[in-house]
Design a protein around this ligand. Structure first.
Ligand code: NAD
Ligand code: MG
Length: 336
């Protein structure tokens, strides 16, 4: 593939070696492309990238001479990284690639006019991007071109998506606005925010009605995995095929009572806050202030009674134990 890849004679700098960075760097290299990894010296993943055999340099050094710079650090550190390490060192005509459009879409990064600005967002965590590639397959990717200075931005984007394996699966064209807004909405309203509130409110309802917390935990948190796995494998049809008629009837009559038109109206409010920049403004200010509310709200989640009973019950699920450490070091940033 690499001989036909438009990036075949390009130098690619991958900044960040976390969930996405490591998977992209390894896949690009295995696709025959030239990769250098940019990291803070002796930062948490510096030695890991070295041990994987990469040439590792400080971000500013990695950017010098690169034809494509993949910005795969946490979103909130990208504006300063762009200002300090990328912008002063990026070659004219080079490509700046993101895996999430947040900073460009909300104007936190305004890239120079002489560079391409492109996006390849795998629809899966880095570990899956890597393991599917190793099996000769790939994870579907969204791709977009925000700015085409070289006239080759689209070819470079597809070359990168092919290099990480996405081209073996499915490439869906989008733009930075759609990728950013739908990604934020999904994680807020349905995945992280919506699902955790649905579970904890269900748990509280049962416990306040006098039922044992252990049993409430199994019913509203533990068993959610079985349902989500069925959604993942075959959508609503597969879920309905595998649950009892009683569960189906209860679904039809009670689901819409809980998640009603009022919930949908508030989902639209959440979406409006994302679209008009209110969420991005609040989150950027919260981050700049040292995360006071974030830390308080996170602590409250961690101290919720469902966490106390959950830890106790999961300790008796031996099949979970090997995964627990891995899950703790590789937090699910987002399912989307
Ligand atoms: P991560 O937190 O797993 O890894 C971040 C990496 O950046 C680490 O190697 C860290 O050491 C390094 N880093 C942190 N600060 C740095 C700095 N100042 N300079 C240089 N390196 C620094 O991040 P991630 O989850 O892989 O996310 C990277 C990007 O990919 C983000 O834009 C994110 O939105 C996007 N994305 C993530 C996923 C996912 O599943 N995790 C999926 C799609 C898109
Ligand atoms: Mg929550």
């Amino acid at each position: 593939m690499s001989s036909h890849n438009p990036l075949a004679s390009s130098r690619i700098a991958v900044l960040g070696y976390g969930s996405q960075g490591r998977a992209h760097a390894l896949n690009l290299r295995d696709s025959g492309l030239d990769v250098v990894v940019g990291l803070r010296p002796n930062g948490p993943t510096w030695h890991k990238a070295r041990a994987d055999g990469f040439k590792v340099a400080e971000p500013a050094e990695a950017v010098k001479g690169a034809d494509l710079v993949a910005v795969l650090t946490p979103d909130m550190v990208q504006p300063a990284l762009y200002r300090d390490a990328i912008e002063p060192n990026l070659k004219p005509g080079a490509a700046l690639l993101f895996a999430h459009g947040f900073n460009v879409h909300f104007g936190q990064i305004v890239p120079r006019a002489d560079v391409d600005v492109i996006l390849v967002a795998p629809k899966g965590p880095g570990a899956l991007v890597r393991s599917e590639y190793e099996r000769g397959r790939g994870v579907p990717c969204l791709w977009a071109v925000h700015q085409d200075a070289s006239g080759h931005a689209e070819a470079k984007t597809k070359g990168y998506a092919d290099g990480i394996g996405g081209g073996r699966a499915l490439l869906i064209r989008t733009d930075f606005k759609e990728e950013t807004e739908t990604d934020l909405f999904g994680e807020q309203a349905v995945l992280c925010g919506g699902a955790s509130e649905l579970v904890t409110k269900g748990f509280e309802t049962l416990v306040e009605a006098g039922y044992q917390p252990e049993i409430a935990y199994y019913e509203v948190m533990h068993e959610l995995k079985l349902i989500v796995d069925l959604f993942y494998e075959g959508g609503l049809a597969r879920m309905l095929q595998f649950v009892s008629e009683t569960a189906q009837y209860g679904d039809y009559v009670s689901g819409p009572r809980v998640v009603d038109a009022g919930v949908k109206a508030r989902m639209k409010e959440v979406l409006a806050d994302i679209q008009d920049g209110t969420f991005a403004r609040n989150w950027t200010a919260e981050y700049a202030a040292g995360l006071p509310n974030y830390k308080r709200l996170k602590q409250a989640d961690l101290e919720h009674p469902i966490e106390v009973v959950g830890a106790k019950l999961r300790a008796r699920m031996p099949w979970l134990q090997p995964n627990t450490a891995a899950a703790a070091v590789a937090p699910l940033k987002k399912a989307g």
